[in-house]
Design a binder for this molecule. Structure first.
Ligand SMILES: Nc1nc2c(ncn2[C@@H]2O[C@H](COP(=O)(O)OP(=O)(O)OP(=O)(O)O)[C@@H](O)[C@H]2O)c(=O)[nH]1
Ligand SMILES: [K+]
Ligand SMILES: [Mg+2]
Length: 446
């Protein structure tokens, strides 16, 4: 028989109310031991909690009977006064009654094991708890509601239908017809392959909503990158001095733009240097910029010729910030601006020291992030784990398509493997190590 587990479900520390949950076969017995008479299921009741003849607190007690509960088992909640000593006393009473402290994510794991949630939905629960932005909340809630799982189940069903056709071809008694029968699976598999391609193309957007859209500030030393960072995030996150080479480490600052989580990074000024520490900083700067979703090349407008040095590194879609517009020659800025716009860059002239100019840039960046990520709230993948399985399924599908005409049995096996890859995402097939990894990222009490 399963253990009965307990945990504090609300955040640790002093609060008005704290909720302690228990789940498992000993629920009813435990509620009776602490509260005397147990309330009817789903009816909150005020009860004095007592253990070993000592009164612990007066609490609101709520009880659920499995399977109609979060975990699918009998479970209960004690809403107590949120003082540390109260919570401590209740937890030690539960332990004294033979219950065990839950592991991180164990309540949700039980919900998964009892078929209340699939694995992708369970991940959605963890994401919902971690959500800090409106977009993260929408995405996670969609995932809990099964938006992601439904797509995978549909794809899997299509694969199973194709598989049935291929198996029929394998079993076909007449020697001449199997190819024709097998070919009937091809159109469906083709459509599916196209859908998986579209989903894979959208993967990075889904992950960006969850993990943050990455914006890099890069450029020559003293261009004003750190000044711009501080302006954008409205605090002194990075040191600004007139010494070139001030910034060494990558300084990542999270912020919310247009309702999306964004990570903006200030980096070391790019230059050749003998200084080993600075050189490492330059390497890190390049790496971060390379992986960023958006690069802002910051150039000192007073030395606007410096911009020529970027020729080999900038790409269409990058942004060019012509800084220090307060001291630069307006016509030189205009000339540089026209030239780089024609190369496909987004160009802004501003003075990073001036609040108003930076506020305008922040608005432009928010609009850009919204455009880049909107519609990505219900993607086919919000985690690397999903993306890997999705692309695995796509590879098997490609192999199946090329094998249909040649070796029907191999094609059938590939379709089976593709379905298996998709099943792993919702946890229909559940290797223990994947489960362990998914649930260990939860907090205790969930
Ligand atoms: N006049 C003027 N000076 C600026 C402006 N923005 C930055 N500066 C000055 O330029 C100098 C360098 O600024 P930083 O922000 O440290 O430049 P950085 O690009 O981070 O430099 P490194 O970290 O050394 O690569 C400082 O003295 C800033 O005050 C601006 O818009 N106008
Ligand atoms: K500097
Ligand atoms: Mg700097």
């Amino acid at each position: 028989m399963a253990d009965t587990i307990f945990a504090l479900a609300t955040a640790a520390g002093r609060a008005a109310v704290a909720v302690v949950r228990i789940s498992g076969p000993a629920t009813l017995r435990t509620v009776e031991a602490l509260a005397g008479r147990a309330p009817a299921p789903r009816m909150a009741a005020l009860r004095k909690l007592r253990h070993d003849g000592v009164e612990l607190d007066e609490a609101l007690v709520l009880r659920f009977e499995g399977p109609a509960s979060y975990t699918g088992e009998d479970s209960a909640e004690f809403h107590v006064h949120g003082g540390r000593a109260v919570v401590e006393a209740l937890l030690s009473a539960l332990s004294g009654l033979g219950l065990r402290l839950a592991e991180p994510g164990e309540f949700t794991r039980r919900a998964f094991e009892n078929g209340k949630l699939d694995l992708a939905q369970a991940e959605g629960v963890a994401d919902l708890i971690d959500a800090e932005t409106e977009a993260q909340r929408r995405q996670a809630l969609g995932q809990v509601g099964g938006a992601l799982s439904q797509r995978y189940d549909r794809w899997r069903d299509l694969l199973v239908q194709s598989l049935a056709m291929l198996e029929a071809a394998v079993d076909f008694p007449d020697e001449d017809l199997p190819e024709e029968v097998a070919e009937r699976a091809r159109p469906g598999l083709r459509v599916l392959a196209e859908e998986l391609d579209a989903a894979l193309a959208d993967v990075s957007r889904g992950r960006r909503v969850r993990d943050g859209y990455r914006i890099a500030l890069v450029g020559a030393p003293n261009a004003g990158k750190s000044t711009l960072l501080n302006g954008l995030v409205e605090r002194d996150a990075a040191i600004v001095t007139d010494t070139p080479g001030t910034t060494r480490d990558v300084i990542e600052v999270p912020l919310v733009l247009g309702g999306y989580r964004v990570l903006i990074a200030d980096t070391a000024g790019l230059r050749e240097t003998e200084d080993a520490i600075e050189a490492e900083g330059v390497r890190r700067a390049r790496r971060w910029a390379e992986e960023a979703d958006l690069r802002l090349w910051v150039v000192d407008g007073f030395h606007v010729k410096q911009v020529e040095a970027l020729e080999s590194t900038v790409r269409p879609g990058d942004w060019l910030i012509l800084n220090k517009a307060d001291i630069a020659a307006a016509d030189a800025l205009e000339e540089a601006s026209a030239r780089w716009v024609s190369e496909g860059l987004v160009v802004r002239q501003l003075a990073a020291r001036q609040e108003g100019a930076v506020a305008e840039l922040r608005t432009d960046l928010a609009a850009h992030v919204i455009e880049a990520l909107s519609g990505a709230e219900f993607p086919a993948a919000t985690r690397l784990r999903h993306a890997e399985r999705l692309s695995e399924a796509r590879d098997y599908l490609a192999r199946a398509l090329s094998d249909i005409g040649l070796e029907v049995e191999l094609a059938a096996e590939d379709v089976r493997l593709a379905a298996r890859a998709l099943e792993k995402i919702t946890g229909r097939v559940d290797p223990e190590d994947v489960l362990g990894r998914v649930f260990s990222t939860f907090c205790i009490g969930k």
